[in-house]
Design a protein around this ligand. Structure first.
Ligand code: SF4
Length: 611
């Protein structure tokens, strides 16, 4: 270990997040590989090490014998200051080598507020921020992850975007890069060849023009590249590699457990939910596969919990059998099962009792809208009756804490809908009084609201976000409407949501704002400790960009959108139809009831979505 590190580690919080050496990390001989990949997560160790996508791709890239993939995370503020003082560049955890020595820096970007940290990690590595300033083939900078479905704000900084699922795609690109390195290709030649791989977006090969009013006029692809980049998926999740020996973090991380991914995509089609559209088509894993992988991962890590992950786990049809299969092994070893997301319309006490055999936890429901009209407008397909029946079941089953998530600022929302949230809480409180198994323990009902953010590739991608002032007016209306003392109300600040909304629907000119914020100390903007609203607003001003043009402007459905160059497999016509139905508060059936022909099944080359 660098002796300077030995000097500073005792001075910083959680030093073990900077040392590597964890159980199950992959070590290779750097002289026996052709490519060294620094897998960069633009946030802290605790967040990155809890990211299932990172864990899967770390394994798949290292499954190539000519590649050594190592991890790098953004240091927390105290370590950042010490590294700056000691002039220590950013390094990879496995080898301790500085990232400048690597062939590839591959960023996993799942959140727009991580953009400044990407620039920070490049800068801490001594690598020029902009692609045009990196003339040589190596090091080359990749990026993937859900935020890249609108890659435009980050295009000047990233050489190649990997759109969709990386298990196979990343390795295709690494095989090509190995050949390019061995045959001494120029960077441009490599980029042209890489653009021929499905899912690879090379932004430098597309010219963008804007109209007077600031909207996009056209995207012109250079010859030989596709007009739109179709995302890449893994068709057969049962056959796809899964990390049964994930790294065991040496310090507490956000999700300190085994994560089992039950399926990708979602059958529901909630109109505010980007994930529900960009992860289509729906593909499930078989219970046998999951039970085998879960048990192996517990044996190889010693973790005490398995999380059953998906966008809507209670929609996984064989959930009960899966729980039985896992509990057969887990219960006697005090290994718990956890369900991250629950829907109020298919809650089952039977499942909950199984889940809670080892560890009892509270219940969380995402209700989203405060009235039936609004829930229909957003296609949530949850009724007030569903919520109250579920609470009655839970209270009579001995639960006494319920968390309810809502969004404020959804399209068509009225004050009546907001007051409806308070009324629902009152009804839940009454439901507790009637059904509670044990009233002595009291009840805790937590209502939490966040500010709705319109996202690309969703039916609400054309919507205006409400202003910060309007969000706070609605928060205060709800605060004054909630009377009962057993009901606790928490609300997210709107400042981050406004900036996230602008970044989410930004175009290439947004890059100047991101770089300006970085140069003024912006990093780790996903944390309130570091996020500075004024710094962002000053940057918009300095760069001559109108923040609200991006965040709170309604778009016409005929407008060319910055992310139209990316094809996530879902037809725009379906998104427009769903938007129109929202304004008529009309429901759409979920995929199990009838396929809406969204277009995503075409990515399965003939197979059907498994609902
Ligand atoms: S193709 Fe049909 S079943 Fe599949 S995700 Fe789209 S709407 Fe749902």
């Amino acid at each position: 270990m660098d002796k300077r590190l030995k000097r500073i580690l005792p001075k910083v919080q959680k030093p073990s997040r900077y040392t590597g050496g964890e159980y199950n990390q992959i070590i290779k001989d750097k002289d026996s590989v052709d490519l060294r990949v620094a897998f960069c997560f633009p946030d802290t160790y605790e967040i990155g090490m809890s990211n299932l996508g990172m864990s899967i791709l770390y394994q798949t890239m290292n499954s190539l014998d000519f590649v050594w993939c190592e991890r790098a995370f953004a240091p927390w503020g105290d370590m950042y200051e010490e590294m700056k003082k000691e002039d220590i560049p950013l390094y990879a955890l496995e080898s301790g080598d500085e990232l400048k020595k690597f062939d590839v820096l591959a960023f996993s970007i799942g959140y727009e507020m991580a953009y400044t940290t990407v620039l920070d990690m490049l800068d801490m590595s001594g690598i020029p921020l902009r692609s045009e300033d990196r003339k040589d083939l190596l090091p080359i900078v990749f990026a993937g992850g859900s935020a890249c479905v609108n890659a435009e704000p980050m295009t000047p900084f990233i050489d190649i975007f990997l759109i969709g699922e990386g298990e196979e795609m990343d390795n295709d690109v690494l095989r090509l890069l190995r050949r390019a390195k061995q045959e001494g290709w120029s960077k441009d030649r490599f980029l042209e060849e890489a653009a021929k791989i499905q899912g690879v977006y090379v932004p430098s090969l597309y010219d963008v023009e804007y109209n007077e009013d600031g909207t996009v006029r056209s995207y012109t692809p250079r010859s030989g590249v596709p007009a739109r980049v179709l995302k890449r998926i893994v068709e057969d999740l049962d056959a796809s590699p899964y990390p049964v020996n994930p790294i065991v973090p040496s310090t507490e991380v956000v999700h300190d457990r085994v994560s089992l991914e039950l399926f990708r995509g979602c059958v529901r089609g909630c109109r505010f939910c980007q994930a529900g559209y960009i992860y289509r088509p729906i593909r499930s894993k078989k219970p046998d596969t999951l039970i085998r992988q879960g048990i192996e991962a517990i044996q190889n890590t010693g973790h005490e919990e398995i999380s059953l992950l998906s966008l809507s786990t209670s929609d996984y049809r064989p959930l009960s059998g899966l729980c039985d299969g896992l509990l057969e092994y887990c219960e006697s070893r005090s290994v718990g099962l956890a369900l991250p997301s629950l829907r109020a319309d298919n809650f089952s006490v039977e499942i909950m009792e199984k889940i809670q055999k080892v560890r009892k936890s509270g219940l969380t429901f995402a209700v989203e809208g405060g009235s039936q009209r609004l829930r229909d407008a957003i296609n949530k397909n949850v009724t007030e009756e569903d919520v109250l029946n579920t609470c009655a079941l839970a209270f009579s089953g001995g639960w006494n804490t319920v968390k309810l998530y809502y969004m404020l600022g959804l399209p068509t929302e009225t004050d009546e809908d907001i007051v409806g949230i308070a009324e629902m809480s009152e009804k839940i409180l009454h439901c507790w009084r009637v059904n509670a198994k044990n009233k002595n323990r009291g009840v805790r009902i937590t209502v939490s609201t966040s500010c709705f953010i319109p996202k690309p590739h969703s039916p609400f991608q054309w919507e205006a976000q409400i202003s910060q002032e309007e969000y706070l007016r609605r928060v205060n209306l709800l605060r004054s409407s909630i009377k009962a003392k057993n009901v606790v109300y928490n609300w997210h600040d709107a400042e981050t949501s406004v900036i996230e909304a602008a970044l989410s629907r930004g175009d290439r000119r947004m890059a100047d704002v991101i770089e300006e914020v970085f140069h003024n100390g912006g990093r780790l903007d996903a944390w309130t400790d570091y996020f500075r609203y004024d710094r962002w607003n000053r940057a918009f001003e300095k760069c001559g960009l109108d923040r609200d043009f991006y965040a709170s402007r309604e778009r016409q459905v005929t407008e060319i959108l910055p992310w139209d160059v990316i094809d996530v497999g879902v037809r725009k016509s379906l998104l427009i139809r769903e938007k129109e139905r929202a304004y008529r508060s009309e429901l759409s059936p979920d995929c199990r009831k009838s396929c809406s022909a969204c277009g995503a099944a075409a990515l399965l080359k003939g197979a059907k979505c498994d609902e």
